[in-house]
Design a protein around this ligand. Structure first.
Ligand code: MD3
Ligand code: FE
Length: 204
């Protein structure tokens, strides 16, 4: 099913079946072996975010105390370029993004049972005309979004295999992850939740 939640936000519950989720989890494990998890930090304060992150694709999102939020072409510790986006991940973008160019960035977020992500906008990209495509794997979470920071927000539960497409006006919605829901997903060996966000960074 394809559920329109308004303003270009499309929710596709169970877009990936169990076999596709297993295959994607293996693809991501391979990326993480080449590009180990990073602890992102808030600009200026250096306060750590509760999620761990890594990337694949030409550009990867990162944040540290001195450099702030930005995209970089390689992993800060290994000095190597980010691994390529796995073909199975690119297929999801091709099928759903309705955008004639490939994504440049695939941010991989890892949430343990206590991690969360505060309400924010994604605006470190130069091109907001491209959608963001988000793929959820592992434990479920409570995802929250709203048009403006002060507005009433909507909550949906995102489960393993669900996909969101944030196009049109929803591209600049405020959003966050309130809570990881204790799980029986069993997809990820140590538990937890992984989210992939596919993005265009530069104008084509
Ligand atoms: C709504 N990640 O990495 S994905 C992020 O589950 C991020 O890890 C969350 O927010 C996560 O920036 C949410 C869903 C998502 C991604 C981008 C959006 C929702 C969005 C951009 C605009 C509006
Ligand atoms: Fe975001």
């Amino acid at each position: 099913g394809r559920i329109c939640l308004g303003s270009g936000l499309i929710y596709m519950p169970a877009y990936l079946d169990a076999a596709a989720q297993t295959a994607l989890a293996a693809d991501i494990a391979q990326v993480v072996a080449e590009a180990p998890w990073l602890q992102p930090r808030m600009p200026h304060s250096g306060h750590p975010l509760s999620v761990k992150m890594t990337n694949c694709g030409a550009l990867g999102w990162m944040s540290d105390r001195d450099g702030g939020y930005r995209y970089e072409a390689g992993h800060p510790d290994t000095g190597r370029p980010w691994p390529p986006v796995p073909p199975r991940v690119l297929n999801v973008w091709r099928a759903l993004a309705d955008y004639p160019h490939p994504p440049e960035a695939c941010l991989i977020n890892f949430y343990d049972c206590k991690a969360r992500m505060g309400l924010h906008q994604d605006r470190d990209e130069q091109d907001f005309s491209a959608p963001v495509v988000s793929i959820s794997l592992g434990e479920s979470c409570v995802f929250r979004y709203g048009v403006r920071r002060a507005d009433a927000t909507n909550r949906i539960e995102l489960r393993s295999g669900d996909v969101l497409v944030l196009g049109g006006a929803s591209r600049l919605f405020f959003h966050g992850v309130d809570k990881i829901l204790g799980g029986e997903s069993g997809l990820l060996p140590g538990g937890g939740r992984i989210n992939l966000t596919l993005r265009r960074v530069t104008r084509p």
